[in-house]
Design a protein around this ligand. Structure first.
Ligand code: SAM
Ligand code: DTB
Ligand code: SF4
Length: 319
């Protein structure tokens, strides 16, 4: 795969809107002719008290956020949530733990049980547990894990403005461990933290030049949470999200692009436009990890309208 240059990414990001939409839609329809939307349900399996200081995150122990903290939950709760997700039509079940890294022993043993329980329900299993070693990645692969989420979140330069308790390179190391173990990589980022368009282009440059490119790329827009350093940031304009999604689609034609946190603040029309330019996965379920997500019934209607609006018209009287 040839390297995607920063210059090229900046040209794409700054295309006239109509041209950008046209180009992204063309790439998307060619890569994903079924235009299906993947439903990923998310469960926080260990909540809060995280030793990392990610400025956007309500789970960091460095900030004083009104959050119900929870140790690693038991397997029964995971099974119940996964059964519910399956019944609601989820394709993938993602489990997130607010850890700096995965500890061997009872934590890893329980994670393996959780992965097996999710797989036994014929759901794709994804986990996001902080940094992991190559050996741990191989163990997770043997347990049947499909995907590991480890976001790079922003540009290498802006990263240290947001997180000081770990480095950008440590993120890339875990991503490499995951890739080498044969687990698919879910890695993306977050906009609206005060980064520049240069930072956004640099983030996309890193993602586009991972080899292979991530199987899925979550794009979050900041959910400002009271008590975190970014609590007063303005919401991202929906057209900025559209541009990022469209540009990601053009530079990563075969990756699933997940319209992630911040979707709740997007209008139905903005969400549909994100689908048109290439978003083809959403988090589906009442909560993300600790913040509210879109209502599931509204999501079902949104996808039904996206997929069937033309049929409603065709079947309508008098056409
Ligand atoms: N603790 C693991 C880690 O940091 O990799 C996984 C969980 S972490 C919460 C996963 C991602 O959620 C972050 O990389 C970030 O992109 C997103 N996220 C966390 N808090 C957010 C917020 N307030 N607004 C938008 N996205 C957020
Ligand atoms: C990702 O990129 N976003 C999801 C999932 N991967 C783990 C998490 C979003 C978290 C939003 C804030 C919260 O709910 O804690
Ligand atoms: Fe911890 Fe992950 Fe939140 Fe950072 S984003 S504070 S690592 S839970």
């Amino acid at each position: 795969m040839n390297k995607v240059s920063l210059k090229k990414i900046k040209e794409i990001l700054s295309m006239p809107l109509n041209d950008l939409i046209f180009k992204a839609q063309t790439v998307h329809k060619s890569s994903f002719p079924k235009l299906d939307i993947q439903l990923a349900s998310l469960l926080s399996i260990k909540t809060g008290s995280c030793p990392e200081d990610c400025k956007y995150c309500p789970q960091s122990a460095h900030y004083n956020v009104d959050l119900k903290k929870e140790k690693l939950i038991n397997i029964e709760l995971v099974e119940q949530a996964a059964i519910r997700a399956k019944k609601n039509g989820a394709d993938r079940f993602c489990m997130g733990a607010a850890w700096k890294k995965l500890n061997n022993g009872k934590d890893l043993d329980l994670i393996i049980k959780m992965i097996k329980a999710v797989k036994s329900l014929d759901l794709e299993a994804c986990v996001t547990l902080g940094s992991i070693t190559k050996e741990q990645a191989l163990t997770l692969k043997e347990a049947g894990l499909d995907a590991y989420n480890h976001n790079i979140d922003t540009s290498p330069e802006f990263y240290k403005e947001i997180i000081s308790t770990r480095s950008f390179d440590e993120r890339l190391e875990t991503i490499q461990n995951v890739q080498e173990a044969g687990i698919s990589v879910c890695s993306g980022g977050i906009i609206g933290m005060g980064e520049s368009w240069h930072d956004r282009a640099k983030m996309l440059e890193v993602l586009a030049n991972l080899t292979p490119q991530p199987e899925s790329i979550p794009i979050n827009s900041l959910v400002p949470v009271r008590g975190t350093p970014l609590e007063n940031r303005d919401k991202v304009d929906s057209l900025e999200m559209v541009r990022i999604i469209a540009s990601t689609r053009i530079i990563a034609p075969n990756s699933r692009i997940r319209l992630s946190a911040g979707r709740k603040d997007l209008s139905k029309e903005a969400q549909l436009l994100c689908f048109v330019v290439g978003a083809n996965s959403i988090f589906y379920g009442d909560t993300l990890l600790t913040t509210e997500n879109n209502d599931m019934l509204n999501d079902k209607d949104l996808i039904a309208q996206y997929n069937n609006h033309h049929k409603d018209i065709l079947n309508s009287k008098g056409l």
